[in-house]
Design a protein around this ligand. Structure first.
Ligand code: IMP
Length: 427
């Protein structure tokens, strides 16, 4: 049976939580494969709104096993806070499984994320300040601390000593901050280890066994394609691999198991943090999209930067992820526009290009070439089939499909669980 990947096609915040929630009752496992509590999914069920940062959105479906894969970086304090918050609202997290290989976000990672951003000044990345980059940095440098290390306090102390020997020098001598005392951290994290133990499992074994048993595994990416450390707008990216390839390494499922890659695509574009954004609107239209779309960060509360739909990015996302389908979200936000601008290509130093420029320098110079599609006035939030949409909204969707090169199989027309139409079955 299939493993299906859900991946953000733009700069994150495309509405992935809504999608995983929609197909939740058709899957048995929902896996987070990268990122950490830099993510933010909002899931609206009835009159209840849930903001999830670390837990896979499958945690809200009673029959799904939510899994935190080895590619995730985990801040235990945040995890327990999130679990407790859900339990208080009657949502059980008992089924949760956590990979023993997941790396831990440590106090020195959080401290370094904040001070290094300050140090960068104008060149800052605009990170979420949650310690994500420093944790992945240490993972690749082979000095990270993993969930399994919490079960051996001797090893934990040894690894932490090695890490702090370097990090405390950095904090005190380079950044002029206080160093971190090891004893308190060991004590805190050993306690986390005891609390984590019931959830920890060999998740690659569990997931591959599930696939053998004909179960459906949904691999849920956080952030988005353009924030991928390899394929995004480097260095203005996150430090992990949200693109579909990352689903394999981050979960321990082989590529031959993946049968579908569903891209989540917002009907316009947003990004948080620094970095190039060709269709960004700094005028009242940007404000219109922000207000109408509620474009304020779930994790940091920051205003999201907003712009028109960018088909160059869409085509690129189709290519690097091998998208088989798209879920187009927030189409309702565009109601009431006379014309809807869509970026179909860029102009870079006087030359037109239909593809993402090869170099970041060129991308920084890219200006959008717009096509103006006819708008629609109707409120579409009650539409439940494609035929319910006004003609011009249908034409907008068809044109987007054509430009990005993969079919739109579902459309979101509002934040509610039922404000969705599925044109063909996603799973
Ligand atoms: P980090 O992931 O905290 O290191 O931040 C790196 C970049 O990724 C910054 O521009 C963040 O704003 C952006 N980022 C991280 N997580 C998300 C997300 O879930 N949605 C949108 N942007 C994100």
């Amino acid at each position: 049976m299939p493993a299906v990947v859900i991946v953000g096609a733009q700069w994150g915040d495309e509405g992935k939580g809504k999608v995983t929630d929609l197909v939740g009752d058709r899957v048995e496992y929902v896996v987070r494969y990268q990122g950490g509590n830099n993510a933010g999914h909002t899931v609206v069920i009835g009159d209840q709104s849930y903001a999830l940062h670390l837990l896979p959105s499958g945690v809200l479906s009673p029959d799904v096993v939510p899994v935190i894969g080895g590619g995730v970086v985990l801040d235990p304090a945040v995890l327990f806070e999130e679990i407790e918050g859900l339990q208080e609202r009657g949502v059980s997290c008992d089924r949760l499984l956590i990979s023993a290989n997941a790396h831990l976000i440590m106090p020195h990672h959080r401290a370094l994320d904040k001070v290094s951003e300050r140090y960068l000044g104008k060149a800052r990345i605009g990170t979420t300040g949650r310690g994500i980059g420093p944790t992945y940095g240490d993972k690749i440098a082979r000095m990270g601390i993993r969930v399994q290390d919490l079960f051996d306090p001797g090893i934990l102390r040894k690894k932490l000593e090695l890490a702090l020997r370097e990090k405390n020098q950095l904090l005190t001598k380079v950044y002029n901050r206080r160093g971190i005392a090891i004893d308190a951290v060991v004590e805190e994290y050993v306690t986390y280890g005891e609390r984590l133990r019931p959830y920890v499992a060999d998740t690659t074994l569990v997931l591959n066994q599930a696939l053998e048993d004909d179960k459906v595994v949904l691999l849920e990416g956080a952030q988005g394609t353009l924030l991928d450390v390899d394929h995004g707008t480097y260095p203005f990216v996150t430090s992990s691999s949200p693109t579909a390839g990352g689903a394999c390494t981050g979960s321990g499922i082989g590529p031959t198991r993946i049968t579908k890659v569903i891209g989540i695509l917002k009907a316009y574009t947003t990004r948080v943090g620094s970095g190039p954004f060709p269709t960004e609107l700094l005028d009242e239209w940007g404000e219109f999209l922000r207000k109408t779309g509620g474009e304020y960060g779930v994790t940091t509360g920051r205003n999201r930067r907003c712009g028109w739909f960018d088909a160059v990015i869409g085509r690129y996302a189709t290519r690097v992820n091998g998208m088989t389908d798209y879920f187009l979200t927030k189409l309702d936000v565009l109601s009431g526009l006379e014309k809807v601008p869509v970026c179909v290509a860029y102009e870079v130093d006087g030359e037109r290009t239909d593809d993402l420029p090869m170099t970041q320098t060129d991308f920084h110079h890219a200006t959008p070439v717009y096509e103006y599609l006819d708008g629609w006035w109707e409120n579409i939030s009650e539409a439940r089939t494609f035929a319910d949409l006004p003609h011009n909204a249908q034409a907008y969707v068809r044109r987007l499909e054509e430009m990005v090169g993969a079919p739109v199989s579902a459309i979101g027309v509002g934040p509610g669980r039922d404000q969705t139409m599925e044109i063909r079955p996603l799973i």
